[in-house]
Design a protein around this ligand. Structure first.
Ligand SMILES: NC(=O)c1ccc[n+]([C@@H]2O[C@H](COP(=O)([O-])OP(=O)(O)OC[C@H]3O[C@@H](n4cnc5c(N)ncnc54)[C@H](O)[C@@H]3O)[C@@H](O)[C@H]2O)c1
Length: 246
């Protein structure tokens, strides 16, 4: 039980990677606040955890709205009185080549992936600072190194890497660890819808010549938010089968 008595908030935990982490964290003893703007998906994650004998609650706050994010943190505090672990997992893409990318495409991706993570960290940090304990785990992507048709996503995910570095420095003296996972290609239902050519290209770009699994991400996340990693901060871990870019 690596997370016994811990309280974790995972954003976008109705989604594939978020759900994987929520289930594993609950199995390791954490009480999990399952945030997702999609009510059905969040409820499904909570249902799985409760069926397994764990503790979890749904929160449907919109991460792109700072007031809503503050309400989400208040929700955790009201429910369980503390927040040990924040996983800024929610993210999405809106791809287009540069000259065709609209203002809306840019704002949608940057607001969710980057600004949303900032809103969450800002609202959660005071509670962690007060107790001199906390784990913040951000989600980037190997696309942070650049990808065609993703100038918005690359910029946001590179921003998340920068945010990890900055927050890690600022919060280290309070024993708050700030780290980041950059997944490569992971076998999810969404990945299954990829065009076969794109899928094969990405697998070829991966030295291990295969996709990763959701559990690979969940186990890395578990390590980083556990006290096994208490002297690790400001790091970006590539869970990518050796893939270092596109
Ligand atoms: N799956 C991969 O192969 C992969 C690769 C690289 C990076 N990532 C990153 O990992 C993270 C998780 O990816 P995933 O594949 O599980 O994504 P996903 O689309 O399955 O899940 C993301 C969840 O975020 C929720 N969400 C969207 N907007 C929201 C908002 N405004 N407020 C609250 N929730 C919102 C969605 O409803 C969704 O359930 C993302 O940050 C993604 O960029 C994933």
């Amino acid at each position: 039980m690596k997370l016994k008595d811990k309280v974790a908030l995972i954003t976008g935990a109705g989604g594939d990677l978020g759900r994987g982490m929520a289930i594993l964290f609950a199995q390791e003893g954490a009480r999990v606040m399952v945030n997702d703007i999609n009510v059905e998906k969040a409820e499904k994650t909570v249902e799985i955890i409760i069926d397994q004998g764990g503790t979890a609650t749904v929160d449907n706050s919109d991460l792109t709205n700072s007031k809503s994010v503050r309400q989400m943190i208040d929700h955790v505090m009201k429910e369980w009185g503390k927040l040990d672990i924040l996983v800024n997992n929610a993210g999405d893409v809106k791809d287009a080549l540069l000259v065709k990318m609209t203002d809306e495409d840019w704002d949608f991706v940057v607001d969710l992936n980057l600004k949303g993570s900032f809103f969450c960290a800002r609202a959660a940090a005071p509670h962690m600072i007060e107790r001199g304990y906390g784990k913040i785990l951000n989600f980037s992507s190997m696309a942070y190194k650049g990808n065609i048709g993703q100038v918005n996503y690359t910029s946001a995910k590179a921003g998340v890497v920068g945010m990890t570095q900055a927050l890690g420095l600022e919060l280290a003296k309070y024993s708050i660890n700030v780290n980041c996972i950059a997944p490569g290609l992971i076998e999810t239902p969404k990945a299954a819808t990829l065009d076969e050519k794109v899928r094969n290209y990405l697998i070829k770009k991966t030295p291990m010549r295969r996709m990763g699994e959701i559990i690979d991400i969940a186990k890395t996340a578990l390590f980083l938010v556990s006290d096994d990693a208490k002297f690790i901060t400001r790091q970006v871990i590539h869970v990518s089968g050796g893939m270092e870019g596109f």
